[in-house]
Design a protein around this ligand. Structure first.
Ligand code: PEP
Ligand code: MG
Length: 701
């Protein structure tokens, strides 16, 4: 009692200090103020942030429940606790939670006293434990979901204070959903709705132990999930060298380019200072299933000093950092990780998703290995985008590519192309075989050519020695290919129209590979795709060359084969004239990376300096390179689809921009009637769940 008197005195001083008035003695006034405190908590910073993170919009406020007080602290015959009807960490069907004898709820949740495991209550208060267990079972059955409840025992009498649907880990979400179907409590459809695509994504990647304290030194744009630890390296070369010496590395670059691919491949994770969700680093890392944070404007890289500075912390090459690809955070030192989880219920749930799914999910894959993983491990139903430029990344493949670019005339270019032909053909054979029975969309060369050439003097000298060319001539060629806006420059179909021999080589490689594997019994369905069309003429010219080569190859090989020729719709103009294009194109694939770039006028590689600010300030609700901007870009996608189908009702339509793996964007694609979405292999299950949920929410006619 003495202690209480002291505490009450201190409380009163505190109330005066904070509110300027006396603590009210009138119980009605106390109650009124308590209610007001709850109501005004709706607009505190924490609540606003919580709603923003969870995208909770359109609510007008919160409610207040007023209950009679019961006292868990009225002696040793009283207790209080918080518990779940199932284990919220692993989903096991057991009562899970904590309690304290002679205490109030606050003592349990605030962590001031160490509570006991709920199981011990059975021995300490057997009658109450039995009652609580019965309440839990009834509440779960009534609400048909796992409940999180608070109870108090006052002088031997049990009270349930509150029940709500319990928060759970991704693993528990899957286990509980599946087991509740098996118990007959919910339907398969309900189980599918109860697991979020984001939870599936987390299950497929390692995460940092949420209990480990973390002090981020910087935060960037989370581009590909995962949790990685490694020593910092600043070049792809160093990455490869250190990995050979058995180190685990994180490649830190201002941005990445095709030259960095070797280093990216061996690194645990990738961190870049600039670039957005559709930048080179982001999409290559995602394809590799590798953790990646991009556009981390808070890090200032000094390559010469081999260090970066982040908000005052200096990190040198060789220092260990931890990178969280789900939150975008960067920490110094090694955080403990929890590995990718294998659970039997996941396979059952994904089986139901496949059973109820009505829209196809393909994958973006550029190598036979990725195609194999996407097909076997994730059940991708074909390839929606094979970026042929990514096939030139290997050491032995980049040399003839460079020779082709450096060629002075068509004859020299054809010599180099002849070397590239068998390399491409072999890769296509591998991809077609991995996708036996499923369609494969191969896109012709897309990026600006200078991306394949070395830009620093040292590598130019090395290349000169390698291919027997003058270093000065290489430097001159690199300079001549320089463009002010390479994303809007000599790339996409424009390359093939100015150098038709490139189209001819690629069409031949695709078709020879298709005929070769068909002869071995593979069911091959090639779809040749033209990038960056803005006018019908661009498509017609390119298509004519493709069809000419394909017809010849089919004749030469005496192997009749069906194939399609279609186009990316990624330039806004292409969406506007989709009716014209559909007269000649057999399919459309929306390239929403470029379409977002061109519709917003935001360079997809340079958004790190302003986009995080836009999102933080609410100028944009979400990063449009991650979640399709339905209001703007979405209009173009919808219009392109409608105009295309208006001309050709059976026009096959899909999406292959990074949005194809984003749950909200996938739901939009479903709603406008696309045939498929295509995304990186590791996002295939995420997309499958999202399209199935979309169909369950509002089935299309
Ligand atoms: C796109 O622009 O959306 C697309 C898929 O092509 P890329 O990302 O290769 O430019
Ligand atoms: Mg594109």
């Amino acid at each position: 009692a003495e202690g209480l008197q002291k505490v009450v005195k201190r409380y009163k001083v505190l109330v005066k200090e904070k509110t300027g008035g006396e603590f009210p003695d009138d119980p009605r006034d106390q109650l009124r103020r308590s209610i007001m405190a709850v109501l005004s908590s709706w607009n505190n910073d924490r609540a606003i942030k919580y709603r923003r993170i969870n995208r909770i919009e359109g609510l007008r406020g919160t409610a207040v429940n007023v209950q009679a007080m019961v006292f868990g602290n009225s002696g040793s015959n009283s207790s209080t606790g918080v518990c779940f009807t199932r284990n919220c960490e692993n989903g096991v069907k057991e009562i899970y939670g904590d309690y304290l004898i002679n205490a109030q709820g606050e003592d349990v949740v605030a962590g001031i006293r160490t509570p006991k495991h709920i199981g011990e209550l059975e021995a300490e208060m057997p009658k109450n434990y039995k009652e609580i267990a019965k309440f839990l079972a009834d509440l779960e059955k009534h609400y048909r979901d796992m409940q999180d409840i608070e109870f108090t025992v006052e002088d031997g009498k049990t009270f349930i204070l509150q029940t709500r649907t319990g928060k759970r880990t991704p693993r528990a979400a899957v286990v509980i959903a599946v087991e509740m179907v098996e118990e007959g409590l919910i339907t398969k459809e309900e189980a599918i709705k109860r697991v979020s695509p984001a939870q599936i994504d987390i299950l497929l990647h390692p995460t940092f132990d949420p209990k480990a304290p973390r002090k981020p030194i910087a935060k960037g744009i989370p581009a590909s999930p995962g949790a990685v630890v490694g020593e910092v390296v600043f070049s792809a070369e160093d990455a490869e060298k250190r990995v050979q010496e058995d180190a685990k590395v994180i490649l830190v670059r201002k941005e990445t380019s095709p030259e960095d691919i070797g280093g990216m491949n061996v690194a645990e994770g990738i961190l870049t200072a600039v670039g957005g969700k559709a930048s080179h680093a982001a999409l290559v890392a995602r394809g590799m299933g590798k953790c990646c944070v991009v556009g981390c404007g808070e890090i200032a890289i000094d390559y010469a000093a081999a260090q970066f500075t982040a908000n005052g912390t200096v990190v040198k090459a060789g220092d260990v950092i931890s990178v969280d690809g789900t939150s975008g955070e960067v920490m110094v030192g090694a955080l403990p990780t929890i590995e990718e989880q294998n659970i039997a219920q996941y396979d059952i749930l994904m089986g139901w998703v496949d059973e109820l799914r009505t829209m196809k999910v393909r994958t973006n894959a550029d190598t036979p290995e990725d195609a194999e993983i996407a097909r076997k491990k994730f059940g991708a139903e074909g390839i929606g985008l094979c970026r042929t430029e990514h096939m030139f990344f290997g050491e032995e493949k980049i040399a003839p590519m460079r020779e082709m670019i450096l060629a002075d005339d068509t004859a020299a270019r054809e010599v180099a192309l002849a070397k590239l032909l068998p390399i491409q053909r072999k890769d296509f054979e591998g991809i077609f075989t991995a996708m036996n029975g499923y369609p494969v969309t191969v896109r012709l060369l897309d990026p600006p050519l200078h991306e394949f050439l070395p830009h620093d003097e040292k590598s130019q000298r090395e290349l000169a020695a390698e291919i027997g060319m003058d270093a000065k001539a290489i430097a001159d060629k690199v300079a001549s290919l320089h463009e002010m806006n390479p994303m809007l420059g000599h790339r996409g179909c424009r390359l093939g129209i100015t150098y038709p021999e490139i189209i001819r080589m690629q069409a031949r490689a695709i078709m020879e590979a298709a005929c070769n594997v068909k002869a071995k019994g593979v069911d091959v369905l090639p779809e040749i795709m033209v990038p960056l069309i803005g006018t019908l003429a661009e498509f017609s010219i390119t298509r004519a060359i493709i069809v000419d080569v394909c017809t010849k190859v089919i004749e030469e090989k005496k192997q009749p084969l069906d194939y399609l020729v279609g186009t990316m719709i990624e330039i806004p103009r292409a969406a506007l004239i989709a009716d014209q294009i559909a007269k000649e194109a057999q399919f459309f694939s929306f390239g929403t990376n470029d379409m977002t770039q061109m519709t917003f006028g935001y360079s997809r590689d340079d958004i790190g300096s302003f986009l995080p600010h836009y999102v933080a300030e609410g100028i944009l609700k979400v990063d449009p390179f991650q979640t399709l901007d339905v209001d703007g870009v979405g209009q173009l996608v919808r219009m392109g689809t409608e105009r295309g189908r208006g001309v050709r009702s059976d026009l096959k339509i899909g999406i292959c921009g990074e949005h194809g793996g984003d749950p909200d964007s996938v739901k939009f694609c479903y709603s406008i009637g696309m045939d498929y979405v295509s995304c990186s292999p590791y996002r295939v299950p995420v997309a499958k769940l999202a399209v199935t949920q979309a169909a369950l929410e509002s089935p299309r006619g």
